[in-house]
Design a protein around this ligand. Sequence first.
Ligand SMILES: NC(=O)C1=CN([C@@H]2O[C@H](COP(=O)(O)OP(=O)(O)OC[C@H]3O[C@@H](n4cnc5c(N)ncnc54)[C@H](O)[C@@H]3O)[C@@H](O)[C@H]2O)C=CC1
Ligand SMILES: O=C(CO)COP(=O)(O)O
Length: 346
Amino acid sequence: MQDNPNKSAGGVRQVAVLGAGAWGTAVAMALAQRHDVMLWGRNPEALQDMARARENTAYLPGHPFPAGLRVAADFDAALAHVAGPDSLLIAACPVAGLRPLLEQLKSRSIPNVVWLCKGFEYGTGLLPHQIVREVLGAGVAGGALSGPSFAQEVAKGLPCALTIASDSAALRDCVVAAVHGGNIRVYSSEDLVGVEVGGAVKNVLAIATGVADGLGLGLNARAALITRGLAEITRLGTALGGHVETFMGLTGMGDLILTCTGDLSRNRRVGLGLAQGKPLDVIVHELGHVAEGVPCSKAVRELAARMGVDMPITNAVAGVLFDGDQPQVMVSRLLARDPRDEKVQR
Ligand SMILES: NC(=O)C1=CN([C@@H]2O[C@H](COP(=O)(O)OP(=O)(O)OC[C@H]3O[C@@H](n4cnc5c(N)ncnc54)[C@H](O)[C@@H]3O)[C@@H](O)[C@H]2O)C=CC1
Ligand SMILES: O=C(CO)COP(=O)(O)O
């Protein structure tokens, strides 16, 4: 392979992206402008198709790969690619796939790790960084890269701003140096909990605004849901130890606005489908992508109930998704709640 003249920004030369869905592919394409990037996916046939077409026709059609991007169906080859010291490993699967993916990395020598998934793990109620610690141990330098970023726009090279959250300053610096540049700005944060809670719960709220918009309830209702949704994120996030200002930033309010209002959002599209009366399995099948807000609504409902945190919009979404509540009932229940003080309180 020819050397990329722009590579090795910030010391990072080799990057492996594990997970070849829409977001993993878009991130791999963006980073391949500056680094030697290998994109691994778990489906060998899909990888063969990508290698042939130089495009991810299944998950990110219409966006040709840059010349420097390599794809690999061989997990060992992807790990060997990041065996050197100037390397970054990016886990780009959904939350449900994070634990199984990390299990494959256990007892292997791995470099700095960054994960892109947004949600709480169903069953355990854990955030991604807690799963990473549980599986790989506390000694691994890792962080969450999050923020308002539709894969299709990043693949087109349109501008976006992200946040890398980690308790390791060295990891934050490494990721900023490796990813910041061109049309991508990267901010840093020490608030892993706040960043991950914002990214997780905004998906549930995007389903809620999709329902409201699908029912034709108007822009006032949408603005109310987004704002009270932010209060919900902040209540849960601070109860878990996140910082209030994080929820006003890119990974809180920023991603919430994007996902609740942008029709590229898969979660918003789930809400629009529910409002049309479509069954959830049909919506998910038509989507062909993960909609993290679906399992996350259930995980958050359970976690918030255990912690005594009031999450009315999340509960209403979970009711429609899992308890057979009608979308119209969801809205009337929210409207019928007792009046209260607007400030965020538990
Ligand atoms: N698509 C987007 O615009 C953005 C997505 N995200 C987050 O990134 C995560 C991934 O999303 P997408 O790539 O868009 O989903 P997607 O539905 O387009 O693709 C998911 C990919 O993950 C793979 N996968 C599932 N389990 C796996 C496992 N155990 N090991 C390896 N691969 C596995 C699937 O085969 C598929 O290729 C989600 O948590 C999502 O919320 C974050 C920012 C933007
Ligand atoms: O997280 C995202 C944008 O920041 C993508 O949102 P969806 O998963 O709803 O498409």
